[in-house]
Design a protein around this ligand. Structure first.
Ligand SMILES: O=C(O)CCC(=O)C(=O)O
Ligand SMILES: [Fe+2]
Length: 523
């Protein structure tokens, strides 16, 4: 439990963009701190330059007037005292203050798991939207070209992450993208050359990956290139030599493994549905659906009907428009920033709440009465759905960052067996969209091929249970990875206990007079 608590209170920088401004502030402070170090160094260089100049001047004079007693005196004084002073001066460290400042910021710096989270975000995005490593590295994301790119070191680290997870074909593509990044203008900066990786390092790792993939030809070629870049590197030479021998002993090569294998590149494709991009065909039965003004589920709606799009009739899924104003969205987003923590979920295997890999986001729960904005949207949701908002769970404000997602799941908590013993479950779900997402981040129903892209102000609403109280398995859904942007949603789970008079249990849909819930629109 202590581990869970510790994990959930940690920053987990990659799981949301909410605290990105804090991170940018730390980066800004650190750069300022380094600048101070630079100034102190230049000041010191300036002092030394001045000192040398003075000494040379004096030396010239002393050489010409060496027999002058004053000169002799001053030389002795100088040699006895000034050089001691210089020793003290050189002993005085430069940058100690800046080092202490840097160390004081260590706690707010991203940790290794943040870095791994970020790498996971990129590969999840890559897999879901079927992106090529070289495209991502060049800023081409799911057919949209951005004015940004990854440096060789970023590609290499992603390649290493793939090696670590044993996804070698994908690793190969990332390393190739890294080699390509080297040839981009501006990439040969002194700092980059100093920090590495060197081109030879990239070719060397490429050789290792290809050898592992039993692509000996390719490995040999990579080592050759590595040696060309760094001819005196013994380690590379040994690898090269080993492969040369390997080639001689196994003449039957497998040239096809050397080919760029796009299938393998998107290795995580299976983990998430591949229609997050919304380009999949919608089933025929969903194509003829319609929109209408709802003025029936509450008397207030006669004055202010709610624009409602029916996305599916059975199970009932709808998109409700103008459900939350920009001002209310802003209020909820800004007030949640200080409370939001890495999202957790119940893991059946360990029987505990965990901050794990099924959800990459940050979130916080709020009562209906938390603020004016939550009170208002509670009321509006009650009006729009006809359900009793006294029987709901708290609102959950969620923010998704880089590659942020919510793995495919059902919102239900109980099995059919337990549900009918009087325990409350989630009869319906509403997801309010509080922001635009530049790219990606749809809510997707894989069993129906319905993809809903966040539109600020609208709310997605569906029933998780049918009229007899059974699971509606088709309502299984995914929060698709965000490609670019920040996704803000508020979810609301509506309990079944308490809705008996709004959405009564029924055997057939013929008896609908007493029906108050939103399905009244379609029956
Ligand atoms: O963020 C989304 O699109 C889905 C969120 C969700 O499924 C949930 O909160 O249960
Ligand atoms: Fe959900």
């Amino acid at each position: 439990l202590s581990q869970v608590l510790e994990e959930s209170t940690e920053q987990r920088h990659s799981r949301s963009v909410v605290n990105m401004d804090e991170l940018l502030k730390v980066e800004d402070d650190l750069a300022g701190n380094l600048e101070k170090y630079k100034e102190q160094l230049s000041h010191r260089a300036e002092t030394i330059r001045w000192g040398i100049h003075q000494m040379k001047e004096m030396l010239r004079k002393r050489k010409s007037f060496w027999n002058n007693p004053f000169i002799t005196y001053s030389l002795i004084r100088h040699m006895q005292a000034d050089w001691l002073m210089w020793q003290e001066y050189l002993k005085k460290p430069v940058g100690l203050e800046q080092l202490i400042f840097m160390q004081s910021r260590n706690l707010s710096m991203p940790r290794e798991h943040d870095f791994m989270d970020a790498a996971d975000g990129v590969t999840r995005m890559q897999g879901t939207y079927q992106l090529l490593a070289s495209d991502i590295a060049n800023g081409l994301l799911d057919r949209v070209q951005y004015n940004s790119s990854l440096a060789a070191i970023d590609c290499l680290e992603l390649g290493r992450d793939m090696i670590h997870q044993n996804y070698l074909p994908s690793a190969e593509q990332w390393i190739l993208a890294g080699i390509e990044a080297y040839d981009r203008p501006g990439s040969q900066m002194e700092m980059q050359l100093l920090r590495g990786p060197k081109r030879a390092d990239l070719y060397n790792i490429l050789g290792q990956v290809r050898a592992e993939l039993e692509n000996h030809d390719g490995a040999f070629e990579a080592y050759q290139m590595a040696l060309k870049e760094s001819p005196h590197d013994l380690e590379i030479y040994q690898e090269y030599h080993a492969n040369e021998k390997g080639l001689l002993t196994s003449p039957e090569k497998r040239p096809d493994t050397f080919k760029k294998d796009e299938e393998d590149e998107a290795y995580v494709r299976e983990q998430l549905p591949n229609c997050c991009s919304g380009r999949c065909e919608v089933p025929a039965k969903l194509r003829k659906l319609y929109c209408l003004y709802n003025c029936v589920t509450s008397p207030f709606l006669r004055l202010a009907p709610i624009k409602t799009e029916i996305l599916s009739i059975d199970p009932f899924i709808s998109l409700l428009h103008d459900m939350i104003s920009p001002k209310e969205s802003d209020l909820i987003r800004s007030s949640s920033k200080e409370h939001i923590l890495p999202s957790n979920y119940y893991d059946g295997e360990v029987q505990a709440l965990v901050v794990g890999s099924s959800r990459f986001s940050k979130s916080v729960w709020y009562k209906n009465s938390y603020s004016k904005a939550t009170l208002k949207i509670t009321e509006r949701l009650g009006d729009a759905t006809g359900l009793d908002m006294n029987h709901t769970e708290f609102f959950q404000v969620i923010n998704y960052g880089l590659g942020g997602f919510f793995e495919t799941h059902m919102d239900l908590k109980l099995s059919n067996k337990v549900r009918f013993q009087g325990n409350a479950d989630r009869i319906a779900t509403a997801i309010f969209y509080l922001s635009n997402v530049t790219q990606g981040g749809a809510t997707f129903f894989p069993n129906l091929n319905i993809t809903v892209f966040p539109k600020p102000g609208s709310a997605l609403f569906w029933f998780n249970l049918d009229h007899k109280g059974n699971h509606q398995i088709e309502t299984m859904h995914t929060g698709c990875p965000v490609i670019v942007g920040s996704k803000w949603v508020v979810s609301k789970f509506i309990k079944d206990n308490g809705q008996e008079f709004r959405r009564p249990c029924m055997d057939s849909k013929s008896n609908t007079e007493e029906f108050l819930s939103i399905e009244k629109l379609i029956f």
